[in-house]
Design a protein around this ligand. Structure first.
Ligand code: NAP
Length: 244
């Protein structure tokens, strides 16, 4: 550990923070005066995001992280610099390629999407949990989507995006896994919740979204700053609770 270990400022890590909503989450947390780790798999994109965030006044630092790979190196960076982690935002995700109708979907695509969107969250969370447990008010925010809501998906009148056997079910499973984390971590002080950013214009959807990435980041910032008596195992968008 270096001298920064005694720093009382909140330390956060956002996965997939080099662009899109993740970048705006990092910017928003940086604006709170927090130290923000930019978890990103590509060295050049990570460095560019860190530079841009710093230019905007955030105390950002890079954390090499591919969520489909071993996350122990990212944990080592945080352990060395701060000795703890206060907030983890699991934001990185992929949609997978089309077609995604279940009758024709390529199983390799389903595996890829689940590997990133679900197993990646478990992998990163478990690697960083020992550092989160050293925080006075640990928070985990998992970025989900309303397309993971089975209530909405099974409503014939519901507007839940295209038929998808990979991306939407990956968010349903992420929701289910997050509830299990909340159950296991109950009473430990670790609050773990799900945020849906709404339909935001990013590379994920060819910039067809109607909200800005900055708007999408708001729910994550709210869940990252929950008080100690805040909810855990809940699913929110900016307007409030979402149906499972
Ligand atoms: P985006 O612009 O495509 O950004 C995705 C981020 O995830 C990128 O930084 C990407 O890094 C990173 N990523 C992907 N695979 C990774 C891996 N294996 N390891 C590390 N990073 C990886 O997507 P977005 O729209 O900002 O989405 C952010 C979150 O919001 C996702 O969880 C998404 O499911 C959720 N969401 C988005 C919308 C929307 O309308 N945009 C709606 C509902 C939910 P690279 O640049 O290296 O690829």
């Amino acid at each position: 550990m270096d001298e920064n270990t005694t720093d009382s400022r909140t330390v956060a890590l956002v996965t997939g923070a080099n662009k899109g909503i993740g970048y705006e989450i990092a910017a928003g947390l940086g604006a709170l005066g927090w130290r923000v780790g930019v978890g990103a798999r590509d060295e050049g994109r990570r460095a560019a995001a860190v530079a841009a965030l710093r230019a905007g006044g955030a105390d950002a630092f890079g954390v090499p992280l591919d969520v489909t790979d071993d996350a122990s190196a990212a944990a080592a960076v945080l352990a060395e610099r701060f000795g703890r982690l206060d907030v983890l935002v699991n934001n990185a995700a992929v949609t997978g390629s089309v077609p995604q109708e279940p009758t024709v979907v390529d199983l390799a695509e389903v595996r890829t999407v689940l590997e990133t969107n679900v197993l990646g969250v478990i992998r990163v969370t478990n690697a960083l949990l020992p550092l989160l447990r050293r925080s006075a008010s640990p928070r985990i925010v998992n970025m989900s989507s309303v397309v993971g809501s089975l209530t909405r998906q099974s409503d014939p009148a519901g507007e839940t995006g295209p038929i998808s056997a990979a991306y939407s079910p990956s968010k349903t499973l992420l929701n289910a896994v997050t509830v299990q984390y909340a159950k296991e971590l109950r009473g430990t002080g670790v609050l773990v919740n799900l945020g849906c950013p709404g339909f935001c214009a990013t590379d994920l959807n060819g910039h067809r979204g109607t909200r800005s990435p900055e708007q999408g980041a708001r729910v994550a910032i709210r869940l990252a700053t929950l008080p100690d008596d805040g909810p855990s195992g809940a699913f929110f968008d900016e307007d409030g609770p979402l149906p499972w």
